[in-house]
Design a protein around this ligand. Structure first.
Ligand code: NDP
Length: 309
């Protein structure tokens, strides 16, 4: 069985930064990219807050640069999804794509997080036909059309503001009577004439022949004023948060109640010696590319220290 010194799982900023540091430290890292090569940033248009890019950079280009930098120092980047792990004793056994088994002395988990859906059957029915969890990826298809965004946090406000630059009209469906987003994002949304915020609303279904043409709404759910009605829309965007991609590790690795990997005292260490977590899979709070990159760096340094012990 192949024995790897440092296995990195995931190909976002955390994974690639870990790969850069681990390869420069002669750990001969092997990085498995997972289902979305480049991670969430690949679907972002412009990244404006990553230091070093005064004019901003496309998420795609930034990830290509990180990959090239990791490759330059010898990181072995492979396609494949880790489908199960056995962390009962070191070296740890990991299964790739349900078939190939490899062993690793250290493991850096940087599998990121994925967008959440409401769980409505219509989200599956209309997948790729008007339902999306990424405005920057799919907004282009809704130029001069009407769209709805679900959520009241920073992501939802950011997506609504972005979509308002393309679409004719944007509904923001917010289940509470207030936005959870930061003040600046709230202001941007509330002052935007193209955005109509529907406070106290939930989406309960979608309508349309072969593609989304309407959303079924319920206002004041459970109150005497409860009201059900429909609005015509062409696109339905989810922005209700993210789920950390930690399921495969849960039999061994401690997670919090939302599935985020628990790390020890601000380090990337997990409850299993030699297994580290970096990036959004262990970050319920900040979820920023720069934070993910920084934690990937820390994880590689800790992996090196562990191997040297
Ligand atoms: P949040 O968890 O902050 O917000 C999720 C929103 O979705 C909330 O309004 C929540 O409603 C709503 N929601 C959740 N589940 C449902 C549901 N089943 N039905 C209807 N509504 C639902 O997630 P975000 O992705 O917005 O942000 C996560 C973190 O990332 C935050 O810390 C945020 O500040 C940060 N972020 C920062 C950005 C920036 O700085 N530019 C950009 C984007 C995110 P409720 O309020 O009722 O719970």
């Amino acid at each position: 069985m192949e024995l790897i010194k440092c296995l990195i799982i995931g190909s976002g900023p955390a994974g690639f930064t870990a790969a850069i540091y681990a390869s420069r430290a002669n750990l001969s890292p092997v990085l498995y990219e997972g289902p979305q090569s480049g991670g969430q940033l690949i679907t972002t248009t412009v990244v404006e807050n990553f230091p070093g890019y005064p004019e901003g950079v496309s998420g795609y280009d930034m990830m290509e640069d990180m990959r090239a930098q990791a490759t330059r120092f010898g990181a072995d980047i492979r396609n494949g999804i880790i489908t199960s792990v056995d962390f009962s004793s070191a070296p740890y056994t990991v299964t790739v794509d349900g078939s190939v088994q490899i062993q690793a002395e250290t493991v850096i988990i940087s599998t990121g997080a994925s967008a959440k859906y409401l769980g409505l059957p219509d989200e599956t029915k209309y997948a790729g036909r008007g339902v999306s969890a990424c405005a920057t990826c799919d907004g282009f298809f809704f130029r001069k059309k009407t769209v709805a965004v679900v959520g009241g946090g920073d992501t939802a406000c950011e997506e609504a503001a972005y979509l308002s630059t393309l679409a004719a009209k944007v509904y923001l469906i917010v289940r509470k009577n207030y936005l959870r987003a930061s003040d600046i994002m709230q202001k941007r949304v509330l002052e935007n004439p193209k955005i109509e915020v529907l406070f106290g609303h939930n989406a309960e279904g979608l309508t349309g022949e072969n593609k989304v043409q309407g959303v079924k709404l319920v206002k004041d759910l459970g109150l005497p004023t409860e009201e059900h009605y429909e609005r015509e829309i062409d696109g339905f965007f989810l922005a209700i948060g993210h789920k950390p991609n930690s399921d495969v590790f849960k039999p061994w690795i401690d997670t919090d109640e939302n599935g985020y990997i628990k790390t020890i005292n601000g380090t990337p260490m997990t409850n299993i010696p030699g297994v580290f977590a970096a990036g959004d899979v262990a970050d319920p709070t900040y979820r920023q590319a720069i934070c993910a990159a920084a934690s990937g760096c820390k994880a590689a340094i800790e992996a090196e220290r562990y191997l040297n012990k």
